[in-house]
Design a protein around this ligand. Structure first.
Ligand code: WT7
Length: 679
């Protein structure tokens, strides 16, 4: 390691000076950068120059980073072939590699006993450390189990587990043999799980008997049992024993630890094409059915590793603490792939921010000596309501960078995180990105040494990201102090490649509204200084505690009730969760048991989707506001629900404006009743 560093330093001294534009000698016959360009020269450029290079010469920037930072079985012959208009995105063409080798074997060669994972189990003080060597062996055993049960390259495997070393090993085992994992957040209901398994046609499911969270047991296996009944593609369910409680094993079930123990701890890695599928991750859009977002091998891995290092200032020896669940993209990119590709020690947080008390995060920081703490605004908003002594009593001197993700962070939470948790001495990065972007796209870091971070703002584009704001007519908004639809003008390696089984939907959802751009679905403001502030979704997607949900998905669930001919759901502000669903429901004539129906509706959403999706507010209305063509005008519902003045805004395009008065009256009665109840 030391020799390598010295070598790099020597090279950089003799290298050409930093500057924008194409750098280093080019090979005559192709646009591929010379080997070593990244390590010896580019990575030493000032950030400003590096950013400029990344957008003016992506081939040079990404080509050299990919060549030097990843281990290839076969080198790529072309850096990229991308056309945003048609949603055609390919990176590192012709290259072959294996992601699990890059996340495990390369580190085992140099430091086998370094801790790869610290599993912070629900019960404080019972953490389990897993070294790179152990993780490689576990991954290989699990890969051999999958292979010996007929799982082959290209097959899909669902992982329905809370965060744990075996969940990570299951993901990496798929990567090792070229299978495609789709992790489903273990809070989703059996029907939601079944829908994802069916869409992906999964051959196998990996799960555990129970989950443990906040001192409570969750029967995950029972949920899987119910789901696989309607999933004929599933041939095996591998069941790990998280708790000692006995599990009833059925025909499909295979005891995971048992079969792993009889498999060898080595498994030859499958060489995979850069653009072979690595994983699917289902996420919500503005229509009812969740989308299986497709990520591929090399580009995703490179992007997560680069962002992990630069956005969070990760250095050797750090303990990286991202408290997200592996069921979300944050867990994929910054619990698993980014950190492991960089040989980091990464924390797997199984518990909750308030178990056994509101000091849990900071007690964990002290005990594990966490260097980077990456969490969600919703948890911070919850914690800041408690006394600061819950934070102050623990030693947080190990912290160097704080990060926030998932939703806009409000000023109060930002300042509390920065000054109370970080004692005002750690850079706090508000990171904007999405399941589709693969990794962080806008964040205050990296930036030049000492560059300011403004509170509650994502600020600066990452390398290779060209943010653009577009107006309603699709016009590009230039200059500063403008707001518009946030789009990205150039492909980057981490971006999604497709929606599983439906490339047309991919093109329609992301590349059609503003041809030639990737359309994020968020709005943003560019400040006088050229910094970006995310203002929130501009489509029918809401964000509950940092979890994305389409209002149409909730409406579809509500509309299944025989008493509900139609419904409309909007996002309603909530001081901890950020937003909660507010449902306007129309009931059939003659329905008398309103209370009972509403309770059934709550249960319906909980079983069809998940508990967190259950609307907090229900308002029964006679009709919904619609345009002449029959489109529900959610904008008006949002105004009625949130404006204290009761002003619904422009109602001239409504088919029958009198409906608005009805709804305003119903809403007034509803708020009065709630106020009454509170007394
Ligand atoms: C949506 C993506 C990115 C991982 C977790 C969520 C919102 C995310 C921020 C932020 C403002 C944010 C956006 C985005 N969002 N981070 N720092 N500031 N909004 O991933 O479930 O794919 O949701 O979350 O609305 O589009 P996701």
């Amino acid at each position: 390691m030391a020799a390598q560093r010295l070598f790099r330093t020597l090279l950089s001294r003799s290298g050409t000076g930093p500057g924008p534009g194409p750098a280093g000698p080019r090979r005559a016959s192709s646009s591929l950068p010379a080997p070593g360009t990244w390590s010896s020269r580019l990575s030493r450029l000032p950030h400003r120059d590096l950013y400029r290079l990344s957008v003016t010469d992506p081939d040079q920037f990404w080509g050299s980073a990919a060549a030097d930072r990843l281990r290839w079985v076969e080198p790529f012959h072309r850096v990229r072939d991308c056309e945003l208009r048609s949603g055609r995105i390919s990176w590192f063409l012709g290259g072959k590699l294996n992601v699990s080798v890059n996340c495990l074997d390369v580190h085992v060669e140099t430091h086998p006993d370094r801790v790869a994972l610290i599993w912070e189990r629900d019960e404080p003080g019972t953490e389990v450390k897993v070294t790179y060597r152990e993780l490689l062996e576990t991954t290989c055993r699990l890969a051999n189990v999958l292979k010996s049960h007929g799982v082959q390259k290209g097959d899909r495997v669902a992982v329905y587990m809370p965060v744990s070393p075996l969940a990570v090993a299951a993901m990496l085992a798929c990567a090792r043999i070229g299978a495609v994992h789709t992790v489903v957040f273990a809070g989703f209901s059996s029907e939601a799980l079944a829908g994802r398994i069916q869409d992906a046609q999964c051959k196998a499911v990996v799960t555990c008997n129970q989950g443990v969270r906040g001192g409570r047991l969750i029967d995950l296996k029972a949920t899987v049992d119910a789901a696989v009944k309607s999933c004929p593609s599933v041939q095996h369910v591998f069941v790990s024993q998280r708790t000692e409680n006995p599990t009833v094993m059925g025909q499909l079930d295979v005891p995971l630890e048992e079969v792993m123990s009889s498999q060898p701890p080595v498994c030859p890695p499958e060489p995979l094409d850069s653009e072979d599928l690595l994983f699917l991750l289902y996420t919500s859009g503005s229509t009812g059915k969740p989308k299986g977002i497709v990520h591929t091998q090399a580009g995703y891995l490179l992007y997560t590793s680069l962002t992990h290092q630069y956005v969070f200032d990760h250095r050797d020896g750090d303990v990286f603490g991202c408290v997200a669940d592996v069921g979300w993209i944050t867990g994929h990119s910054y619990v698993v792939y980014g950190p492991l590709c960089n040989g980091a020690t990464t924390v797997l947080f199984e518990s909750t921010p308030v178990y056994p008390d509101p000091g849990r995060y900071w007690e964990t920081v002290q005990r594990l000596r966490i260097s980077q703490f990456y969490g969600a605004p919703t948890a911070l908003r919850l914690l800041l309501k408690y006394d600061d002594s819950w934070v102050k009593k623990y030693d947080r001197s190990s912290l160097r960078t704080l990060g926030s993700v998932g939703e806009p962070i409000n000023h109060e939470a930002w300042h509390w995180f920065h000054s109370v948790v970080g004692d005002g001495r750690c850079p706090l990065v508000d990171t904007w990105w999405q399941t589709e972007t693969g990794g962080v796209c806008i964040a205050p870091r990296p930036a030049e040494e000492g560059a300011p971070i403004l509170p509650a703002m994502a600020m600066r584009p990452f390398f290779g990201i060209q943010p653009e704001l577009l107006g309603e007519k699709g016009e590009r908004l230039s200059g500063d102090d403008v707001s518009g639809a946030l789009c990205i003008g150039q492909a980057w390696p981490g971006m999604a490649r497709s929606i599983y089984g439906d490339h047309d939907r991919f093109v329609e959802a992301y590349f059609t509204a503003f041809p030639g751009y990737y359309c994020t679905g968020d709005g943003a403001h560019r400040s006088n200084h050229g910094f970006y502030q995310i203002t929130g979704r501009i489509d029918d997607v809401i964000n509950i505690s940092g979890h994305r949900l389409g209002t149409a998905e909730i409406e579809d669930a509500l509309d299944e009730h025989p008493a509900v001919p139609e419904s409309a759901v909007i996002g309603f502000p909530h001081d901890i969760k950020g937003e909660v669903p507010f449902a306007f429901v129309v009931l059939k004539d003659g329905v008398s048991e309103r209370g009972a129906v509403l309770q059934q509706l709550r249960e319906l959403v909980s079983t069809k989707i998940a508990k967190y999706a259950v609307p907090e507010h229900f308002l029964v209305v006679r009709r919904l506001p619609k345009t002449r063509s029959g489109k529900i005008m959610r904008r008006i519902l949002r105004k009625v629900a949130t404006e204290t003045t009761g002003d619904p805004g422009d109602v001239s395009t409504l088919d029958d404006p009198s409906v608005v008065k009805e709804i305003i009256d119903a809403h007034r009665r509803y708020t009065e009743q709630r106020a009454e109840k509170k007394k």
